[in-house]
Design a protein around this ligand. Structure first.
Ligand SMILES: [Zn+2]
Length: 304
């Protein structure tokens, strides 16, 4: 669109000059949008500081998120052993952890007096209550700007702005992360996003299906949306099992086998008659240990 001169007639058709009609309105909108785009950088630290108010809930949450690997007295090892460990945990605790059915974020949003929020920060608070840790598939890269993602169990395409991340990711890759809505068509990601290569998709689906089947024992109608709202910590357990280097994915198979055994979910009990449950999504996992033992214990051919 050609730039409208300040003394030109306003494109809205009011008959007034642009500078006396829509120019100041558009300038105010642009300024509000700039403030919104900058607000996550100041709002997130304020919220992460404020989670100290929920100190009593931190130890059980730490246990849940890290699957028993870290406790309050070993929490200083988090950043040494896990990439951005404290940030990942605190972001999840803020947005996902349920304390008597409510997340710390929702509790903070109910009374923001002590948070000393700007107008833009307050506007963001109003649209962040539904943020949860969950897997997304990268659909398209928008060079130099970001990419579009689709929730693993959804069909909405979400544009995400992240200049730095576009250099590291490819279409088909997975991101397990929190998406922060900023303006109507702008979303950011938190720094603690986990990046997974495309070949982790099948193990992840299988792993999540086991957890959904387990959730359905107490909530028969539970869907993946319920899994995300109630047990998003399991996605971190999956990230923890990822190999840090190389393409060795056998650890993920082990995780699936272990999860199946731990939750005691049988393949044939899953997804039956549930619209959103996976059908045939869980192939029988070969159990290498068992089959190996079996082979080795077979009697050797006797020398004749
Ligand atoms: Zn106008």
């Amino acid at each position: 669109m050609a730039k409208v001169g300040r003394n030109d007639p306003c494109p809205c058709g009011s008959g007034k000059k642009y500078k006396q009609c829509h120019s100041p309105i558009e300038a105010a909108e642009a300024s509000a949008e700039r403030a919104l785009r900058q607000a996550p950088d100041t709002l997130l630290p304020k919220l992460l500081d404020a989670v100290a108010r929920f100190a009593d809930a931190l130890p059980p949450a730490l246990d849940l998120f890290w699957n028993g690997k870290y406790h309050v007295h070993t929490v200083q090892e988090l950043d040494e052993d896990e990439d951005r460990g404290s940030e990942r945990f605190l972001t999840w605790f803020l947005f996902d952890h349920l304390i008597d059915g409510q997340t710390p974020f929702v509790r903070l949003a109910a009374d923001t007096v002590d948070l000393d929020l700007s107008e833009a920060e307050t506007a963001l608070m109003a649209q962040w209550a539904d943020i949860r840790l969950q897997p997304y598939i990268i659909e398209d890269l928008i060079k130099g700007q970001g990419f579009t993602v689709r929730p693993l169990w959804g069909d909405t395409s979400i544009p995400v702005e992240d200049h730095a991340a576009t250099k590291r990711v490819e279409a088909g890759d997975l991101l397990i992360m929190h998406i922060l809505p900023v303006t109507t068509d702008t979303n950011f990601i938190t720094g603690a996003a986990a990046h997974l290569s495309a070949d982790t998709l099948d193990p992840l689906r299988e792993f999540a299906a086991l957890h959904l089947a387990d959730l359905q024992r107490s909530q028969p109608d539970a869907t993946y949306a319920d899994l995300i709202c109630n047990r998003s910590h399991v996605f971190n357990h999956f990230v923890m099992a990822l190999p840090r280097d190389g393409k060795e994915l056998s650890k993920l198979d082990e995780l699936v086998v272990h999860t199946r055994a731990m939750l005691n979910v049988a393949t044939d009990s899953m997804g039956f008659g549930k619209a959103e449950a996976p059908q045939l999504a869980v192939p029988a996992v070969t159990e290498p240990v068992a089959s190996e033992v079996l082979e080795r214990s077979e009697p050797q051919t006797k020398p004749s």
